[in-house]
Design a protein around this ligand. Structure first.
Ligand code: FAD
Length: 317
């Protein structure tokens, strides 16, 4: 993770674009618990600055937040928000500048020769031949490989809200408020308004599977109510503010929440890559290199191979 952030920062400098905002993050919990303890131990181990905050300290630093029900917080000042869409565009541009070529189309498995895939067929009727193929299809992996991936990914929906901040009130905007995450059974997280987009609130815990091709991306009244109830409690000044943007997207959870980086069991030159489990984006610069090394047979981290293997377990049907 730390390596990935270093690389994002290096790419920012190289490309002359701002992709990362160092907002900091608050983990909020009713009481100190095992999960916070584990997180703190990991942060300490890797010398990532962190601080345990009491409700009084929270009140002093963030008077715009009502700490009711919060017994403790863990603050990480150096983490932040990556702008995912801009990052993807920047990567695409850099790839093309280095001679890479994009073809946009729906790919399906093409011809085979023994245990090797010879080409992929594109939706425009053309095909692409190669010696190796990496399928990094996110939640669609299970659609491209229905047999191999059966039960290996679960794609719950997430409703995401951006609340407009009151005119002239910058208390909920970067850099005046950090990312936050409620470490309790209900679970909410979000981050400050960046580039005037609005204050993000995402209620988590939704267990409904989402089809990324056919399900409508309209937020549900239930999640609107959850987001509003939460904002009214935690950020009272935003209580009557309008939702200025909303999104519905899907996670692609693997059975053990580890990435999947493995060869197709029947096609030796086909790689399955995915299972981001809600955390795939930020690891991109490191994971990309890791996958490339595996594919060309120059793996530097053999200890990770079993971790990222496609596991035998499956989600219940
Ligand atoms: C609400 C929400 C919050 C998140 N928050 C975070 C976060 O804070 N930090 C973080 O790191 N990650 C986060 N994630 C997760 C992150 O977005 C994913 O892990 C990441 O996008 C996975 O990247 P990917 O390249 O594996 O798949 P994707 O980003 O899903 O990309 C897969 C691509 O493959 C294409 N594709 C699929 N099938 C085919 C086909 N047959 N032919 C051609 N193309 C195909 C798709 O069109 C798509 O462009 C979040 C996700 C959600 C939904």
């Amino acid at each position: 993770m730390l390596e990935a952030f270093d690389r994002w920062k290096a790419r920012e400098a190289e490309w002359g674009r701002r992709l990362f905002h160092e907002t900091g993050r608050l983990l909020l919990a009713p009481e100190w618990n095992r999960s916070l303890e584990t997180t703190k131990a990991a942060l300490d181990k890797y010398r990532v600055p962190n601080e345990r905050l009491s409700p009084d300290e929270l009140r002093r630093r963030y008077p715009q937040m009502n700490p009711e029900g919060i017994g403790v917080a863990l603050f990480e000042p150096t983490t932040g928000v990556l702008k995912a869409r801009e990052g993807c565009i920047a990567v695409a541009e850099a790839f093309q500048k280095k001679g890479g070529r994009f073809r946009i189309g729906r790919a399906t498995l093409g011809r085979r020769s023994g245990s090797r895939l010879t080409d992929v067929a594109l939706s425009d009727g053309t095909s692409i031949a190669a010696s190796s193929f990496v399928f990094a299809c996110g939640p669609w992996l299970a659609k491209v490989f229905p047999d191999v991936m059966k039960g290996k990914l679960f794609t719950p929906r997430r409703d995401v809200f951006f609340f407009g901040t009151p005119p002239g009130d910058d208390r909920f905007s970067y850099p005046n408020f950090p990312n936050y995450s409620e470490d309790d059974s209900l679970g909410y997280y979000g981050f400050p308004s960046i580039d005037h987009r609005g204050f993000k609130v995402c209620p988590v815990g939704e267990k409904t599977a989402f089809d990324p091709d056919t399900d409508e991306r309209l937020v549900s009244p239930y999640q609107v109510k959850r987001a509003r109830d939460y904002v009214a409690l935690r950020f009272p000044a935003l209580k009557d503010q309008p939702v200025v943007e909303s999104r519905v997207c899907q996670l692609e959870m693997s059975v053990d929440e580890h990435f999947i980086v493995d060869r197709h069991p029947a096609l030796e030159n086909v790689w399955l890559v995915g299972g981001g489990s809600g955390h795939g984006y930020k690891h991109g610069p490191v994971l990309g290199e890791y996958v490339a090394r595996r594919v060309i047979g120059q793996d530097k981290n053999p200890e990770l191979e079993p971790v990222f293997r496609l596991k035998a377990q499956a989600f219940p049907a």
